[in-house]
Design a protein around this ligand. Sequence first.
Ligand code: 5GP
Ligand code: ZN
Length: 113
Amino acid sequence: MSCLFCEIVAGRIPARIAYQDDAMLAFHDINPQGPIHILVIPKRHITSVLDLTPADDELMGSLVRRATALSRAEGLADRGFRLVFNYGEDAGYSVYHIHLHLVGGRKLGWPPG
Ligand code: 5GP
Ligand code: ZN
């Protein structure tokens, strides 16, 4: 099965990488929804939030904490930012490899569109 984000993890598709370690990768979104838009993903393929199990709790906790560390590194922590997991058609989930969006650098509307 080919997966776009697995291809990015493998280095076969280029991305502007913001952070990586053994378990995760953070890279800038190709179609940013704000001045800063970074995707934080586990390197291991997990299809969506609906596929998480208790064995993933530590990984997902470190994903969220990495996103907050990146928010500080990108200068977003003072003014604010948004962390988002999409799922399914209504939310426009388009790449079926779980990813946490970090968006900031502008005033973000609520409720989201
Ligand atoms: P979703 O809508 O599935 O939550 O978010 C998928 C995100 O992946 C979108 O924001 C989209 O712009 C981004 N994206 C899709 N293809 C690529 C790509 O090839 N490279 C990068 N860096 N981002 C991508
Ligand atoms: Zn994948």
